[in-house]
Design a protein. Structure first.
Length: 160
């Protein structure tokens, strides 16, 4: 059984975690557990031509010091009882590839975090500013001064 090589994405861990959660949901897999604090998502696939019992999969996210996030996908056959299938016929790699592809699609619409944007973490209400989590350009009216708002891009909380 070939492993799935980890991939590194140029986004913070919180942004990648939200994107991978959406990607797995869009692929129609059954999510088993969600642990954003530890960067762990587990899910199960259903039966396919390559795997009669499906796969138990996990996605682990590790944030690097430079602000990028490494995504490691692994899995095992979801068999119990009598083992009827010895080989997975590449199902693990196929699922991992689909998840990475769907994740890249989700991240395609989120602007990358640039070093010059890091200095502008929080702006005065009424100004155009960037979300400190995903760097989406936002604007808030003066009536939101002192409140916490949720970014529509990454659902991160922003203090105004």
């Amino acid at each position: 059984m070939a492993g799935i090589p980890p991939r590194t994405y140029r986004y913070p861990k919180a942004v990648v975690f939200n994107a991978v959660l959406k990607a797995v949901r869009n692929l129609g897999y059954r999510i088993q557990s969600v642990d954003p604090a530890n960067g762990l998502l587990t899910f199960e696939t259903g039966m396919s031509f390559r795997s009669w019992a499906g796969q138990k999969m996990s996605v682990l996210l590790l944030e690097n010091a430079n602000g990028t996030t490494e995504v490691d996908i692994s899995g095992v056959a979801a068999q119990s009882g009598v083992v009827l299938q010895v080989f997975d016929w590449g199902e693990l790699g196929s699922i991992g590839g689909k998840v990475h592809e769907a994740l890249a699609q989700q991240l395609r619409y989120i602007p990358r975090r640039h070093e010059e944007d890091l200095s502008q973490e929080i702006a005065a209400p009424g100004d155009i500013f960037r979300c400190p989590h995903c760097q989406m350009e936002l604007q808030a009216g003066p009536e939101l001064a002192g409140q916490i708002v949720v970014c529509p891009g990454c659902q991160g909380e922003i203090s105004l």
